[in-house]
Design a protein around this ligand. Structure first.
Ligand code: ZN
Length: 449
């Protein structure tokens, strides 16, 4: 009962703070006022602390290094008849773009999909109401230790019974859940997860007065008795390496060009924004692909403070069983990864983190496909041990939905399957782990002509 009351109070708080956004033209839905006012971080007034933090953890801008691998749980809303919602190919696309944008910018964070995808088949949530329904669903559907993403067809804001706005996505600062529309830009999920890791919009409070607005001038300081800090360390997103900017929905075009040439800040200085920052509202969301070093620092610092970070931190002993491979998700025909002839791949079967031990599931099925370009070209599928323990495996090869070869590999170090007289076309390979060790295992696979 106590829990229920608390939930009601939280929902009311979220609903009321959301109303204030009506006047702020928020397209993403994550409430900047709320993120900004309640959760103050020590680095907010000192960017140098942030950059020092990167030095202490051995971060290097130009070197790709992973610090955290984080499980992501998808909750997919569909119509009552189970139609609509993301298909498995789209699910894979979402994870791939998420990992792409986070590796492109050397954020040190990578993500793996929790293969236990949950489907919620209810007409009333398929078009989700931003107020009440949205927050409530993020509290209801969450797996601890994962980033929970709720995919809906629409996220609608109603005011007095009338729809006034569609959002692309939102991050709930209390439940830490993300709601996002199924059909949205490739950078939207990265944006919402940016909020999860503590980032704010660079245009935050851009319409406010001199106290709240971020100045274009990077060296402008406050002149108050106890505050001589730089304006850019406190206002906007609190980061001086993201330029001050207006809401770019209005001031950029579909070709990613800035169009607010005469828009000035409160000190009369014309804005010089970047139109590619993932946390910006660039009109064409596909323009966005950048996280700055300051943003990376906020994300890594926030990740380190998360209570589940020891399971995400790749240098922690507790994380060894959670290492995914870069071909995932590949647990179905639809999400199968391509393997090219002559290019070996290493795959893992790992554990999926969840707070409760009994909820920790295994990734235990991989699907691959390859294209055989000519009739009669004999090929061979080689499976061998990798660096870790090799599990016992069942291998199945399919051509045009028919099972054509099958083999179990128990304790052999290497094993192969020959396909004699194959036809031209697309072949699928299913690799299933049949042994039940709870630790991570891996295998190498190569197709040879
Ligand atoms: Zn946002």
């Amino acid at each position: 009962m106590k829990k229920f009351l608390l939930l009601i109070i939280l929902v009311v708080i979220i609903a009321s703070t959301s109303f204030s956004q009506l006047f702020e033209n928020e397209n993403c839905g994550a409430n900047d006022n709320f993120i900004g006012n309640i959760f103050k971080h020590p680095w907010e007034k000192n960017n140098e602390l942030l950059l020092n933090y990167l030095d202490t953890i051995g971060y290097k801008t130009d070197t790709f290094k992973t610090f955290y691998i984080v499980p992501v749980k998808f909750w997919i809303y569909r119509k009552a008849d189970s139609t609509g919602g993301l298909n498995e190919k789209e699910i894979k696309g979402n994870i791939q773009y998420l990992n792409y944008y986070y590796s492109l910018n050397n954020t040190g964070i990578q993500f793996y999909l929790n293969p236990e995808i949950e489907y919620i088949n209810k007409n009333k949530y398929f078009f989700m109401r931003y107020i009440l329904q949205g927050p409530f669903q993020t509290f209801k559907h969450k797996t601890k230790g994962n980033i929970n993403i709720l995919f809906v067809d629409k996220l609608e804001l109603f005011k007095f019974g009338k729809k006034v706005k569609d959002y692309n996505g939102t991050f709930n600062t209390i439940s830490k859940g993300v709601i996002i529309c199924s059909k949205t830009s490739t950078s939207s999920l990265s944006h919402e997860i940016g909020h999860f890791f503590g980032l704010k919009h660079p245009h935050r409070h851009w319409k406010r007065g001199k106290r709240k607005q971020e100045s274009v001038d990077r060296d402008k300081r406050f002149h108050r008795i106890f505050n001589h800090k730089k304006n850019c360390e406190k206002n906007g997103d609190g980061l001086c390496d993201t330029p001050a900017e207006p809401d770019l929905t209005k001031y950029s075009d579909k070709n990613c060009k800035y169009t607010g040439w005469n828009v000035v800040d409160n000190w009369g200085v014309v804005y010089k924004p970047s139109t590619i920052n993932i946390m910006s509202y660039t009109k064409n969301r596909e323009c966005r692909n950048l996280f700055t070093k300051g943003q990376v620092a906020v994300m890594l610092k926030t990740a380190s403070k998360n209570k589940y970070s020891k399971y995400w931190d790749i240098n922690s002993a507790k994380s060894v069983n959670y290492k995914f491979d870069s071909f995932e998700p590949d647990f179905s025909v639809e999400s199968a990864s391509e393997i090219f002839i002559g290019s070996p791949q290493n795959h893992t079967f790992h554990l999926i983190y969840a707070k409760k031990k009994r909820n920790r599931s295994l990734d235990k099925e991989d699907w691959l496909y390859f294209l055989n370009k000519k009739d009669g070209q004999v090929f061979e599928i080689n499976i061998s041990s990798g660096k870790l323990k090799k599990a016992q495996l069942n291998i199945e090869v399919y051509f045009e939905n028919n099972l054509i070869e099958k083999k179990s590999i128990l304790n052999e170090k290497t094993s192969n399957i020959k396909i004699i007289n194959p036809k031209k076309g697309k072949y699928f390979i299913k690799i299933e782990k049949i042994s039940d060790e709870k630790s991570i295992t891996d295998y190498n696979i190569e197709i040879k002509e």
